[in-house]
Write a protein that binds this ligand. Structure first.
Ligand SMILES: CC(C)C[C@H](NC(=O)CN)C(=O)O
Length: 698
């Protein structure tokens, strides 16, 4: 009451259309902060894989450890804000930590820092790994720490009479989260795809991390500019600590009175009544009920957060050519915020009212259950796409095998007989890949070469030339130099991007050009015929021999899985946030928000555990495993939800306060009443009131 009076008395610098102007700074701050967070996150797994050279499993593990950390730290932020610094100062200090972390990430991605031999690869990977891990730790501390504070700080700016405005603020706030995330997931992958460097040009991860760092500085500056206009509530003591102490006391007291001679109490928390306020005990009961319901929820996040890891890696093996637009694998993540921005209004203004009109009571817990099922369907879609991709992948020799590739450089077919194999006819200018299981020795063949052992990365194409001429030929394009290729010899592989490439073939002062188009992830050996005549068109004198097929499964096939996971998110996450807020007692709204975010952290740890323990060789099978686990968890959740009764915390609190006031009056008029008797009677009365206020089921 005091707080609201204070707030009503507050003179905001300006009120625009009934909204305090200070809200504008908070919303812009959130937009920039989410841009910074999601922009950095979008390229993170590719940075691990291609810059730090980690394998898929390590990259996925560290990615999910980081995301988990980001959702563990909200508890820390809530404690610091509530008990010590207040929300305003916590946001400022942790934003500085956050910005420093982002800068550290940007610096860690500058390959030139340790590239003393200037060959384009860092010489001390340890430096880059350590700096980026420090950066990620600071970012997790910052982003998670401010997360429960910013939304609550925004809510604090409204008085009690501004319920409608506060609700609109939270909707705009959620849209800003996704607006920031959408823009950054479009922009940072484009920045990453650029080439930059001082001594040598490499993929520009430093810019892709640098821009989010700049946006975090902007977020901080915007927040500070609004400083004079905010209502800054004083920290109200550490509610988390009070809750823990009260629970601890109840457990200890129950244990002390375990003998049958003591009468049972309705709820084990009632054993704290001797020492703690009955209102606090009732509030803890409300929170515990919701937290119990949270237990199965992490499984949803386990699937949801794999968009940024497994699904992005899946997109690297797909064709991103959308006609005029070429989509980078990490840009596919933009489908999520795009769908959020469209689905949230559609659900709120069309689907939910329609369901209501049909007479169905689509309660929050039912929505969350449906959301979980939709996420499971998304993973089934991902598995189906993976099966299609696997069909297009080449077969590489295992560690116990060797591969022999025969290239017929003549103009006629030749018959080849390999030891232990039938004779085969190899047409002119064609390669025959031969995988050998036993240790057959092949002699008198071309010298050993470093052939490809995996599909070219990042959608690039691995290209090499074989010179069938009697003179040395120099081959180059704008993007790569194949060098001088000796007669009947081959060049090393070079990486060529998708699209049209023109190769210049040169011998002395004479040259000619050969052009061709590339897709994604292919490998070709270009065979230069002995018949090539410089000075004329050399298009017909070069034959492209396909070693590895280009990615043929289109990235658009990922859209269904994105649709289902986002529809699931809208039903699960948006509803869950609202549910956590509405079922939380007034002084524990931040505690439950932190609890809700904690389920995201646990979800990311589950990815690590399941992926580590299961070690499933087939990616599609791993997707099916995750989908099945979520369906199983969903069944458990729906049973728990069935038994959950919705409460109105405000009503319960009001009744408790009223009763406490009445008791105070009673005590004044009847001094000397036995305290134990009063506690007993109060306890029964409170439970009746509590039961009255908890009537609606799932
Ligand atoms: C779902 C997150 C825990 C919350 C939110 N994310 C999104 O809205 C992503 N579509 C966020 O605050 O980042």
């Amino acid at each position: 009451k005091i707080l609201n009076e204070k707030r009503d008395k507050l003179e905001f610098s300006k009120v625009v259309c009934g909204y305090p102007l200070s809200i504008f700074f908070i919303v812009v701050n959130e937009f920039c902060e989410r841009f910074s967070y999601y922009g950095m996150r979008a390229v993170l797994v590719l940075y691990f894989k291609y810059f730090l050279r980690w394998d898929d499993d390590l990259a996925t593990s560290i990615y999910h450890t980081f995301v988990a950390l980001c959702y563990l730290t909200p508890i820390l932020g809530a404690i610091v804000a509530d008990s010590w610094l207040g929300k305003f100062k916590t946001i400022i200090y942790l934003s500085i930590v956050y910005a420093v972390g982002q800068v550290a990430m940007a610096v860690s991605a500058i390959h030139d820092i340790t590239d003393s031999d200037r060959d384009g690869t860092p010489d001390s990977m340890t430096f880059h790994i350590v700096l980026s891990m420090v950066g990620l730790f600071l970012i997790a501390l910052g982003t998670g720490g401010i997360k429960p504070c910013v939304a609550a700080f925004g809510g604090d700016q409204f008085g009690e009479h501004q319920d409608r405005q506060r609700r609109t603020f939270f909707s705009v706030f959620y849209l800003c989260i996704n607006g920031g995330s959408l823009l950054s997931t479009i922009i940072t992958p484009v920045l990453r795809a650029q080439e930059c460097g001082i001594y040598s040009k490499q993929k520009c991860y430093s810019l892709a991390f640098g821009v989010p760092a700049a946006l975090m500085v902007v977020a901080l500056v915007v927040f500070i500019i609004g400083s004079g206009m905010y209502y800054k509530a004083e920290p109200q003591g550490n509610i988390m600590l009070d809750v823990c102490k009260c629970i601890g006391f109840a457990i200890k007291n129950r244990y002390r009175h375990r003998s049958k001679q003591y009468p049972k109490r309705q709820h084990w928390m009632d054993w704290a009544e001797e020492k703690y306020d009955k209102l606090l005990i009732a509030q803890i009961k409300m929170v515990l009920k919701v937290l119990f319901l949270y237990i199965p929820l992490p499984m949803f996040w386990t699937l949801f957060d794999q968009k940024g890891s497994r699904w992005t890696l899946q997109a690297t093996t797909m064709d991103g050519n959308f006609g005029a637009l070429v989509i980078q694998p990490d840009q596919m993540q933009t489908v999520n915020p795009i769908l959020i921005l469209t689905l949230v209004p559609i659900m709120d203004s069309l689907i939910y009212p329609l369901i209501k009109k049909c007479g169905l009571n689509f309660t929050p817990l039912k929505r969350m259950t449906v959301g979980m099922l939709l996420a499971a369907i998304a993973f089934v879609c991902a598995a189906l796409v993976q099966i299609q991709i696997d069909k297009t992948l080449p077969t590489f020799p295992s560690t116990s095998q060797s591969q022999l590739k025969l290239l017929n450089m003549g103009s006629n077919s030749v018959t080849v007989k390999l030891p232990g194999n039938d004779a085969l006819i190899l047409p002119a200018a064609q390669v025959y890949p031969f995988i050998n299981n036993c240790n057959t020795k092949f002699t008198n063949l071309l010298p050993e070469t470093n052939d490809l052992t995996s599909k070219p990365q990042e959608g690039n194409n691995a290209i090499r030339f074989v010179n069938g001429m009697k003179t040395a030929v120099n081959v180059s394009t704008a993007a790569a130099d194949f060098g001088l290729i000796e007669p009947f010899y081959y060049s090393n592989y070079s990486q060529i991007k998708n699209g049209k490439a023109t190769f210049t073939l040169r011998s002395g002062s004479q040259s000619c050009e050969y052009s061709t188009n590339f897709g994604f992830g292919s490998s070709y050996t270009f065979f230069i015929h002995s018949t090539l005549v410089f000075g004329s068109n050399c298009q017909d004198s070069v034959t492209a021999v396909e070693d590895i097929k280009p990615n043929s499964v289109h990235m658009a096939l990922q859209i269904p899985q994105y649709f289902f996971i986002t529809a699931g998110e809208v039903m699960f996450s948006v509803t869950g946030l609202e549910f956590s807020y509405s079922q939380a007692p007034s002084n524990m709204k931040a505690v439950l928000q932190a609890g809700w975010l904690f389920t995201v952290a646990i979800g990311n740890f589950i990815v690590l555990i399941v992926a580590e323990l299961a070690k499933i060789p087939k990616q599609w099978a791993e997707y099916v495993l995750f989908a099945s686990l979520l369906v199983a968890v969903c069944v458990i959740f729906s049973i728990m939800a069935y038994f959950y009764t919705y409460i109105d915390p405000t009503e319960i609190e009001a009744q408790f306060k009223k009763k406490i006031n009445e008791d105070d009056e009673d005590d004044k008029s009847k001094p000397g009443k036995a305290e134990v008797e009063m506690v007993k009677r109060d306890s029964i009365k409170c439970h009746d009131e509590y039961d009255k206020a908890t009537q609606t089921k799932m």
